[in-house]
Design a protein around this ligand. Structure first.
Ligand code: RP5
Length: 162
């Protein structure tokens, strides 16, 4: 059985279209992950249990996405020493600036690696998780290098009108 080392958690089903971008990139890189809805406000006990058991279950990185009063990544960081990568989900009312500020401004001692707002942030969260795991996994490091090289290769040298 392949060991799952990345947990992708989110505050609500409504965050999934954004957080799926993190899952997609991990699929591309061949990194197994699990996905869970864990809300800081609506299911605090689930958050606690998840954070408490994360290390023992073999997780190595947690990607946490939430929107609005986005307390999930920070609360998860308070409960586990695993690296927590935070994704501010774009909100309708405040375009995700609320989510960003809720996630990024952590008190000293409990870091959250905060990504950009929305889909780009979720993709980068997946890449960040892969980069962390690649430190101990030479095959994954090779796949990540190839992925990065292919992206660079796909960028044209000059703009076109098409
Ligand atoms: C947050 O509230 C979630 O992360 C979500 O982004 C936001 C709205 O949740 P729903 O009302 O759509 O379930 O906790």
């Amino acid at each position: 059985m392949t060991e799952v080392k990345v947990g992708i958690i989110m505050g609500s089903q409504s965050d999934w279209p954004t957080m799926k971008e993190a899952a997609n990139i991990l699929d591309e890189l061949g990194v197994p992950y699990e996905t869970r809805i864990v809300s800081a406000h609506r299911t605090p006990d689930r958050l606690w249990d998840y954070g408490k058991s994360a290390v023992d279950r073999g997780l190595q990185v947690i990607i946490a996405g939430a929107g609005g009063a986005a307390h999930l990544p920070g609360m998860m960081a308070s409960k586990t020493r695993l690296p927590v990568v935070g994704v501010p989900v774009q909100t309708r009312a405040l375009s995700g600036v609320d989510s960003l500020y809720s996630i990024v401004q952590m008190p000293r001692g409990f870091p959250v690696a905060t990504m950009a707002i929305g889909a780009s942030g979720a993709v980068n969260a997946g890449l960040m998780a892969a980069g962390i795991l690649a430190l101990q996994d030479a095959c994954l490091a090779e796949r990540l290098d190839s992925w990065r090289a292919a992206l660079a290769e796909s960028i044209p040298e000059a703009p076109s009108d098409d």
